[in-house]
Design a protein around this ligand. Sequence first.
Ligand SMILES: Nc1ncnc2c1ncn2[C@@H]1O[C@H](COP(=O)(O)OP(=O)(O)OP(=O)(O)O)[C@@H](O)[C@H]1O
Length: 294
Amino acid sequence: MIVQVKGLKKKYKKDWVLKGIDITIDEPQIIALVGPNGSGKTTLLNCMMNLLTFNEGSVEILGKPNGDPSLFNEISYLQDNRILYGNLTAYDHLKFICRVQKISFDRIQEVAERVGMTGYLKRRVRSFSLGMKQHLLLAMAILNKPKLLIMDEPLNGLDPTSAINVRTILLELYKEGTTIIISSHVLDEIDRLTNTIYFMKDGALLKESLEKLTVTNYELTVSEPEKAKRILDESGLPVTMNELGHLNFKETDVPLQTIIDVLYRHDVVIAYIDNHKAGAEKRYRELFEERSPV
Ligand SMILES: Nc1ncnc2c1ncn2[C@@H]1O[C@H](COP(=O)(O)OP(=O)(O)OP(=O)(O)O)[C@@H](O)[C@H]1O
């Protein structure tokens, strides 16, 4: 058993924010926690991580009550960047965690390379951009090779390249056996990470596996993006181009084979075709956006 939350209830003064949350995770997986601002995601994660007391219920992690000190070395919680110290370097932060958790300092370089932050390891956090701080938080969270990694908005402030990098790292960790619970508003990235989504609504969790609800989104990496976009526009095939020059479209709008044929005829080389299911946003809209009057 990795996580067992039973009947968790939490109120602030008179307001019940969590009205009876149950979660059972028996084997490694990636779970996304999604909901509007103020719906209680951070409250739930803080209660699970024993940073906040709750009114009713119980939380067990890896078969132990969530307050068990031995969990410290087995789990990690990536919170927002207010936990960082501006006067300290990234290296200082990582060294501190190594000391406390008795991890070899050699691991710092390994993690810094994995996260792509060797270039600013010795710089003070005060001078970091939002994305650099997110990298540091991720590095801090994976230092101890956690069995359970809980992340509150880890994709905040990341440019597309960094977001791809973080996604790659998370998928690698998952393949290595780490269970990841990630709270995020970046639904497109969520779709690329997992189909298992817990929507937070009215103090309860709606657990959904989105496989059946989804539409495939494609992303093409091509030799000449500007030319490719122009040709496709002229051929009546609507695609969008993102900041990295990749072409994006939905399978329901344009058949992939038609795009391939048109680009081939115009000597545009397709280097890579990425696809992912777009389900989270669709379901989010159904659950949380008010319907317009009929
Ligand atoms: N310390 C507190 N005292 C009183 N109310 C609080 C406290 N912390 C959070 N709340 C309230 O509890 C509700 C849930 O907040 P929480 O931060 O858990 O939501 P969230 O889903 O994480 O939001 P966001 O997506 O904006 O981060 C909100 O209405 C918030 O105002």
